[in-house]
Design a protein around this ligand. Structure first.
Ligand code: ISE
Length: 311
């Protein structure tokens, strides 16, 4: 399915899991990530651990001069992402791609093409919804922003081609169907440099499915993601669409395209996808969003100037 690359080795904090995956692909298993990253048999690295574990492994890949694809979020804090940017710039070559896979989804790409063409005039507002059927027990209150809304934060920066300057969180009536510690649902409201208003409904215990919506309102028209079903059913219960179960179901094509484009770029010695700057910028917006979760009103977002290296 994916051409031009092969998984040759695996490392994981859970040695039994690593051994099982390595056996299934006939690859090597390493006792830790550092030895895998520095192996001469490894040309490039994909990091799929959780956010707090990323920084040392990304830095080790940069030190080894190896292209690295790191799952989102790049780091849990903007400071950590800034350290990664500094290390990458010191090495003089863009080696890091952050796994913001929605940029590879066909419908978001078509939406961006239409908005960029100018046919609908300037974009004024974007309405998003990000609904998960449920979330696991380890899902903490801040993850609504830095694990879930981070997808819209990155996708909206990319779609609009500008940064956000303020964040606010509206906290409606909570669902009784899941953990008390969560503000669920919530609405994250972001304002961009030019004044575009983005609202993002985050509802991670909606029960019924994985439901991703996005509608951009421009001066002369609107454009939205089409319904995400692949089949339509008509029967005695009526006419309905199948609802995606989870992010793998909804974004399967985007995940495949993302990894394929990365492998092809690595083979050409080029960089593709989101950069360390995108990881940093998303982390800064998340920090403001998390702050807005515990405070009323607007939280200002302030980013460092974009280094010329990432221009
Ligand atoms: C998860 O980590 C993801 O990346 C999913 O796309 C998102 O829908 C979910 O809320 C996150 O927890």
């Amino acid at each position: 399915m994916i051409a031009g690359g092969r998984v040759v080795a695996v490392a994981d904090a859970n040695a039994a899991n690593a051994a099982a995956v390595a056996a299934s692909i006939n690859g090597d298993v390493f006792p830790d990530s550092a030895s895998l990253i520095n192996s001469p048999d490894v040309d490039a690295v994909i990091i799929c651990s959780h956010g707090p574990a990323h920084e040392p492994d990304v830095l080790a890949c940069l030190a080894a001069g190896k292209p690295v694809f790191c799952e989102k979020p790049l780091t849990p804090t903007a400071d950590a992402a800034a350290r990664i940017m500094a290390a990458e710039e010191a090495g003089g070559r863009k080696l890091l791609t952050v796994g913001f896979m929605r940029r590879f989804d066909r419908s978001y790409r078509d939406m961006k093409d239409l908005l960029d063409s100018g046919e609908l005039g300037e974009t004024l507002m974007v309405h998003c919804a990000h609904r998960n059927p449920t979330v696991p027990d380890f899902y903490t209150w801040d993850m609504a922003i830095n694990d879930t809304a981070i997808h819209e934060i990155d996708t909206m920066r990319w779609l609009l081609g500008e940064e956000f300057v303020s964040a606010r969180v509206d906290k409606p009536k909570k669902t009784s169907l899941r953990f008390e510690h969560l503000q669920d649902p919530l609405v994250l409201i972001l304002t961009s440099e030019s004044g575009v208003r983005v609202d993002d409904e985050i509802f991670v215990n909606c029960q019924f499915g994985y439901d991703i919506r996005c509608e951009a309102v421009a001066e002369k028209g609107t454009v939205s993601l089409a319904d995400q079903n692949v089949i339509a059913v008509r029967d005695a219960h009526g006419a309905r669409n199948r609802i995606a179960r989870d992010h793998n179901d909804r974004f399967y094509g985007a995940f495949v395209t993302e990894v394929q484009e990365w492998i092809s770029a690595v083979a050409r010695g080029e960089h593709t996808g989101s950069s360390a700057w995108d990881g940093y910028a998303a982390a800064v917006v998340c920090d403001a969003g998390v702050k807005a979760l515990t405070e009323d009103g607007e939280v200002a977002i302030s980013m460092m100037a974009k280094p010329a290296f990432y221009a």
